[in-house]
Design a protein around this ligand. Structure first.
Ligand SMILES: [Zn+2]
Length: 251
């Protein structure tokens, strides 16, 4: 056998292999598997991009705490107003007491008692004011902490989403490339074979073509007869696994 003849044989074998329907189906299968993977990752990425549960949680915590602080501020303002009014009452009563206009000892005694009572209640109000201020300070600190958490989560979500969006853009390009490759790949496949392929693929978890490996169907593991293995290498006929029904590719 001279070299030219051997090369010609190899070339013919190569062409037959390229033209082989089962080979084309096998190639299509590989493209489809990549497409399946890319598409499912794309769906996953869209879900991840929509998922802002951690951000919403941080926002809710912050808003809830902000309401608490606003309520406490309101309460403190009311107490401060009460303290102020109480001081005015005391000033007025003391002015009357020491003003010299009231001479009646009974009246003066009553006024003195009133000032005492007013001062006693002022003490109660001032204690309340102090408690309120301490409480407000604690809750304001919590609000500050929650605001820091919110800022951090916002930053994290932004970085995370930027990463996802970058991956999504790459993936969309990859899907486009695979779809073009797929469109080219199916041009050489006979319609009936292509339809058969699609039916098996939708019934068999996305895998329609199974490679023959160690005389077995690589998809389900069934041992294949010699005749079937030979048939799986046929360029123009399809062989099917007797167990799982997939198209066999002898390689
Ligand atoms: Zn099988």
């Amino acid at each position: 056998m001279n070299l030219d003849f051997a090369l010609a044989i190899l070339l013919i074998a190569f062409i037959i292999k390229v033209m082989s329907q089962v080979f084309l189906l096998y190639r299509l299968q590989q493209i489809d598997l990549q497409l399946d993977q890319a598409t499912s990752r794309l769906i996953e990425l869209n879900q991840l991009l929509e998922n802002d549960a951690d951000l919403r949680q941080a926002q809710d915590n912050f808003s809830h705490q902000k309401n608490i602080v606003q309520e406490l501020e309101k309460k403190l303002r009311l107490i401060e107003r009460d303290v102020e009014q109480q001081n005015i009452k005391i000033e007025q009563s003391e002015a009357a007491l020491y003003g010299g206009r009231i001479k009646n000892p009974k009246e003066l005694k009553d006024l003195e008692d009133e000032v005492k009572a007013l001062k006693k209640y002022l003490q109660v109000l001032e204690d309340r004011q102090l408690e309120s201020m301490i409480h407000l300070e604690e809750e304001s600190q919590t609000l500050q902490d929650l605001e820091n958490v919110l800022q951090r989560v916002k930053q994290e979500v932004f970085q995370r989403n930027s990463r996802y969006l970058g991956e999504k853009a790459d993936l969309e390009k990859e899907i486009q490339r695979l779809e073009n490759e797929r469109a080219t790949a199916i041009t050489g496949i006979e319609t009936t074979y292509y339809e058969r392929y699609q039916t098996i693929r939708s019934n068999k978890k996305g895998i329609a073509v199974s490679r023959v490996q160690d005389k077995c169907c690589s998809a389900c593991g069934t041992t294949l007869t010699g005749g079937l293995i030979q048939e799986s290498r046929s360029p123009d006929r399809l062989a099917f696994c007797p167990s799982c029904g997939r198209i066999l590719y002898g390689g």
